[in-house]
Design a protein around this ligand. Structure first.
Ligand code: MN
Length: 257
């Protein structure tokens, strides 16, 4: 058996999205590339998994599959159903998302969740998002080089790396390591009436404000840089341990951190 790296690819825009084929073409020179992506678009499905219905599988070509579930479903199935991968992958890559995933979008994004599902299972993971033209000639080179550097890098034991990468719409002026900024959407609800006379709603508006977070992902992309944000998997908040102890009450045992 070959010792070439094994790379698992997914996305949240669906198997037919341009972004995943750009990603696959960029990464094919690095090893054995297997795509397991959602059959249909799953943007903003966050880290949901499907447990209330069966998941259907379509094989589109050798090493190209789709699952009618979420990005997290795709990664889960690819990792634990042996037909998809020759072995445990060396790197899991999600994207390239059609549109950016900056600020609090990292919580809603299916693209980031696809990568996070792998990181939660102790694998190195990359999420790529791009607000501009997916045919841009520089895009594949950045994706290839970053994936290659992560593959060969020394990685901290027991701390799987999850990197969220966003590209600016034009050819980058450079690359910055950033942190997650703020991302404020218009808080919008649009009530409408369907042809049967029943009311329905659209929620979610445009981005109206990113706030001023020094070193943020959004600032880097706005200034024409590629943004690379390392995302933590540890959700416990050290800033609130005292408050949690207060709320827990006088008999609560404190956390030994
Ligand atoms: Mn998407």
């Amino acid at each position: 058996m070959s010792d070439r790296p094994v790379l698992l690819l997914t996305n949240d825009d669906g198997i037919h999205a341009r972004g995943v084929s750009v990603l696959r073409e960029a990464l094919l020179p690095l090893g054995h590339v297997v795509v397991v992506a959602p059959t249909r678009e799953q943007s903003a499905t966050s880290h949901s998994i499907t447990i209330d219905r069966p998941l259907r599988h379509i094989q589109h070509a050798t090493d190209v599959h789709s699952i009618d579930g979420t990005p997290a479903d795709c990664v889960y199935l690819a990792l634990f159903e042996p037909r998809f991968l020759p072995r445990r992958p060396d790197l899991v890559v999600s994207g390239i998302n059609h549109g950016s995933n900056l600020g609090s979008s990292v919580f809603y994004s299916g693209t980031v969740a696809g990568a996070r599902e792998a990181a939660l299972r102790n694998m190195s993971a990359l999420a790529f998002s791009h607000a501009g033209d997916l045919a841009a000639p520089w895009l594949g080179r950045f994706v290839h080089d970053m994936a290659e550097r992560l593959l060969v890098a020394d990685k901290p034991e027991g701390h799987p790396v999850l990197l969220n990468v966003n590209f600016p719409s034009q050819e980058p002026r450079g690359v910055r390591v950033t942190r997650v900024g703020r991302h404020v959407y218009e808080e919008q609800v649009i009530p409408r009436m369907d042809p049967g006379g029943r009311e329905y709603f659209w929620i979610g508006g445009k981005v109206i404000d990113y706030g001023e977070v020094p070193g943020s992902d959004k600032k880097a992309v706005d200034e024409g840089f590629v943004s690379v944000t390392p995302l933590a998997l540890e959700p416990t908040s050290p800033a609130h341990l005292d408050l949690a102890a207060h709320v827990a009450g006088p008999r609560a045992e404190p956390l030994v951190w």
